[in-house]
Design a protein around this ligand. Sequence first.
Ligand code: NDP
Ligand code: MG
Length: 385
Amino acid sequence: MKNISILGVTGSIGTQALDVIRDAENEVRLVGVTAHRNFEKLVDIIEEFKPKYIGVTDSDCFGKVKEYCEKANMNCELYSGEEALEKIATLEEVDTVLTSVVGIAGLKPTIKAIRAKKNIALANKETLVVAGDIVMSEAKENGVEILPVDSEHGAIFQCLQGNESKDVNKIILTASGGPFRGRKRDELKTITPSQALKHPKWNMGRKISIDSSTLVNKGLEVIEAHFLFGVDYENIEVIVHPQSIVHSMVEYVDNSIIAQLGSTDMRLPIQYALCYPERNRAVAHSLSFKEASTLTFEEPDMDTFRCLKLAYEAGKMGGNMPAIYNGANEIAVELFLDEKISYLQIEEIIESSMKEFEFVEKPTLDQVLDIDRRVREYVLKKYVK
Ligand code: NDP
Ligand code: MG
């Protein structure tokens, strides 16, 4: 039996992880959860799973949850604010922490969890992007595993099993291409939030849906793959595969390619990460090659979707540049969703932030958090009148 806690239990990944836990009740027990603002969903989860520890980061939502738990005579411990994430990430009885909060909010609790020697089922890719060197070296020092939840990285992780990393030629990351695949720049000028939120293949949280449409998500995943698997950027290739059936591939020195395929269902990589090294019975549907008989592949259009090119640039520069890229994107996506900037300004904001700030080769954790804050201030001042 594995005890787990979920940071961001009310989100898209969090709730799909609950499906996995429902199905694996003899293998996985939910001990701690955190939520931010979604009171209704959190109450449903508390009633069904009765977690012993509950963290709520938003203060209004915390007040409501406290009142609810007192009235319902729930036998649980409650934590509020930023401390809530760190507390739930470091609970003594927990073995694995699923990090499924969105954005850089996941960084500090992930580091705390690693220092408390918890294995990490990592959905929160922003954490690795902004501080990949720090996170991976802390993981090594503390002897903990970082198990990828992102479908592409989960796929690569599976393709690497039983092989030597020295024999890897390259990683081939697949991308669906997002809702605007095939469009040209002129056609992107007037994109609205509701158009960008409609992903053709995956049903995800709002931020990652926008990131998928701009190909920022693929850019973040290139950087995530670099840190997770220790592969140079020259050897990480992105290929657009609109059917999202091949979740990624690894080419070895003999030019043999191993791919992982499966239905388009995040519960599969979540389950693999939570139950690793065991394989549990299926939560996802079996993939029928009669239905999915056509698999196509094409080059990404990096001249139209320039955020992917910028991510390669940020990754190759290293240091604090991925944190600048990420911070600029996080605030730009918020502004776009609030209809304060246009769609193409997301890319403009990332590019101008990468030019604005001084390069730091080996940023500390505090420097990463500081640059993130300064990038957001800069963007708000420059782009919001
Ligand atoms: P959602 O927006 O659906 O969920 C985010 C979760 O984080 C919610 O539980 C939310 O709480 C909580 N949260 C939001 N803001 C804060 C904050 N400031 N502090 C603490 N908690 C907060 O996101 P997703 O589930 O889509 O994505 C989560 C992570 O997983 C992201 O990093 C994403 O890139 C990654 N990922 C997601 C995939 C997907 O299919 N969705 C696929 C691969 C990776 P509440 O709802 O209560 O407000
Ligand atoms: Mg992914």
